[in-house]
Design a protein around this ligand. Structure first.
Ligand SMILES: *Cc1c(COP(=O)(O)O)cnc(C)c1O
Length: 457
């Protein structure tokens, strides 16, 4: 098909939207390593996971063999309120760059929570409701996940308790108010509501909190409150499964216009948007049907793939969660105060970690100021104000498109534009004022953190 015939936005009809999620683990020969019980170092069983997570989600978490899992009708109906998300042909960006490459982006910022996280939040809230639970607990750092979950819980009339890292709670009052608008209770973490919170406050008075600490608080409240479970917005296999809706829609839209991607790019925090975007494409690679170049982009300040170690580690600072085998910088690693809050996690999805270890995907890291340069360039050309997290993918997509200028190759580049940046204006302000820094951890700092990995084997 010639370029002129491809519209700016490639939409799917409602009838073309996916009816099943795709579970890439089913096609992996080398399965992701199982979660381990930190006490016995044996794989976690469904019974052990049941007090923390909803039953159906435990099943999905442990299912390495079923390729397609039906999306319940109630979830499909909710998806229809803001999906299919558009796949956009970035004609303006291509023209401005003067590249022969064709650039497409899948835009997930078209809902009030402003990111892809709603795709999994609604699924997790649905299964909690179906199980007859009263509510769920969670942590939020930058606030996107807490916002998405509060929207999902209000839809299903579930109570939602969010532990928000104290520094974000204070710096992002509007995020907090959006959550409260949807009926969630938002508590700054560490708090005096939990044993672990009290202990952390006693040991570190005046601490501004961390994601790992907020996770420990949310898990404690879930396990101690009748009718509550804990939910998590990234990293887990179940979250990648729900996010496969992004990749399935992308593939259906590309197929519809007869286009095949050469390079697929996404930012990687815990790995859920990237995992979701690439799942159906990686499935083709695993089955020997097609080949793609897939690039994970992470911040140079928190480089789990590019400088971390593939090993079992704790998922939280309180060390109450199961151990996961993943590319990690160590659960005690504190990244420099980077403005892409959603990319500051020390570890990475165990599914993506295995794919990376098997050479199916590559990874690169980029510096914060170059990310904001790309973000601003993109905003001015394509109109959308991107989230700092998403802008990591923009940066690398632009770099790849520029390489095509030199080689003259007409490559097709697809990247995930995970969300909008309206709540990140402090970060943009720092960039505009020229006071943004690019802290990169030293080898010694990473080695020190990795020396504290749990001993497994
Ligand atoms: C949370 C978030 C991310 C990173 O999380 P993943 O699980 O790696 O996808 C990326 N972009 C936005 C907008 C986010 O909110």
């Amino acid at each position: 098909m010639s370029n002129e015939k491809i519209p700016y936005k490639i939409y799917l009809e409602e009838s073309e939207m996916p009816k099943e999620w795709y579970n890439v683990r089913a096609d992996m020969k080398n399965k992701p390593a199982p979660l381990l019980n930190p006490g016995t170092l044996q794989p976690m069983t469904a019974e052990e996971l049941a007090p923390v997570f909803c039953e159906e989600l435990v099943k999905q978490e442990l299912d390495d063999t079923t390729p397609y899992i039906e999306i319940p009708e109630e979830i499909r109906d909710f998806y229809k309120m803001y999906r299919p998300s558009p796949l956009v042909r970035a004609y303006c960006l291509e023209k401005k760059l003067g590249t022969p490459a064709k650039i497409y982006y899948k835009f997930e910022g078209n809902n009030t929570s402003g990111s892809h996280k709603l795709n999994s939040a609604i699924a997790q809230a649905y299964y909690a409701k179906k199980q007859g639970l009263k509510g769920v607990t969670t942590e939020t750092g930058a606030g996107q996940w807490g916002t998405a979950l509060s929207m999902a819980c209000s839809y299903f009339d579930l109570d939602c308790k969010v532990y928000m890292v104290k520094v974000s709670y204070e710096q992002k009052p509007f995020r907090r108010e959006v959550m409260r608008t949807y009926g969630a209770s938002v508590t700054p973490s560490p708090s005096t509501e939990t044993e672990i919170g009290k202990k952390i406050l006693a040991d570190h008075p005046g601490t501004t909190g961390s994601l790992g600490c907020a996770i420990s608080e949310a898990v404690e409240v879930a396990t101690k409150s009748e009718g509550y479970r804990y939910v998590l917005g990234s990293v887990l296999n179940q979250v990648l499964l729900h996010q496969s809706v992004i990749g399935l829609e992308t593939k259906a839209a590309l197929d519809k216009i007869g286009e095949k991607a050469d390079i697929i790019i996404g930012c990687a925090g815990g790995g859920s948007n990237l995992g979701g975007l690439i799942s159906p494409f990686v499935g083709q690679m695993l089955r020997g049907e097609e080949d793609y170049r897939i690039i994970a982009v992470e911040p140079a300040s928190c480089p789990s793939f590019t400088r971390g170690k593939y090993a079992y580690d704790f998922c939280d600072t309180g060390m109450v969660c199961p151990l996961a085998k993943m590319y990690t910088l160590g659960s005690g690693f504190i990244p420099a105060p980077n403005h892409a809050g959603g990319l500051r996690y020390h570890g990475m999805s165990s599914t993506l970690s295995q794919l990376y270890d098997d050479g199916l995907i590559e990874a690169t890291s980029v510096k914060q100021t170059e990310v904001f340069e790309a973000a601003e360039y993109f905003a001015r050309v394509e109109g959308i104000l991107p989230a700092p997290e998403s802008s990591h993918a923009i940066k690398v997509a632009i770099d790849e498109a520029k390489k095509c200028i030199e080689t003259g190759e007409e490559k097709t580049i697809v990247f995930g534009l995970t969300g909008t940046g309206y709540f990140d204006m402090f970060a943009y302000e720092k960039f505009h004022d020229g006071v943004m820094d690019d802290y990169i951890p030293t080898d010694a700092e990473i080695a020190e953190s990795l020396s504290k990995l749990p001993k497994v084997d």
